[in-house]
Write a new protein. Structure first.
Length: 95
C-alpha cells in the first residue's frame, strides 16, 4: 500500500473536509490505485524523449490583426435594446 487510511484522514483534515469511514476507505483505495499506476509509468524508459506541454501539437488559433474602419455608432447601436443618444443604456447595478 502506498498511502494509508490515516494519511487520507490527515489530508482531509488539512483540507477542512469531513469524510465518513466509508469515504476514507474508498479514497484510500482510489489513491493507492493512482499511485501504483504512477509507479508502473515510472518503469518506462523515457531517455531521449523530449518533454512536451501538450499531448498533441497546439497551433495558434488567432487570426492576423488587420486595421479596418469602424462600423460606426449608428450601426453599432442598431440592435441595442435600449440606446440613449450615442450610448448603450443599461440597468443600474449599484444602489
Amino acid at each position: 500500500m502506498k498511502i494509508s487510511s490515516r494519511e487520507v484522514e490527515y489530508v482531509a483534515n488539512l483540507a477542512r473536509l469531513e469524510i465518513s469511514e466509508k469515504e476514507r476507505r474508498k479514497f484510500t483505495a482510489q489513491l493507492n490505485d493512482i499511485l501504483l499506476y504512477i509507479d508502473k509509468l515510472n518503469e518506462l524508459d523515457t531517455k531521449g524523449v523530449e518533454p512536451m506541454s501538450h499531448a498533441i501539437s497546439v497551433t495558434n488559433a488567432f487570426r492576423e490583426d488587420k486595421v479596418m474602419d469602424s462600423v460606426g455608432t449608428q450601426q453599432t447601436l442598431a440592435n441595442a435594446p435600449d440606446a440613449r443618444g450615442d450610448f448603450f443604456r443599461v440597468p443600474k447595478v449599484i444602489d
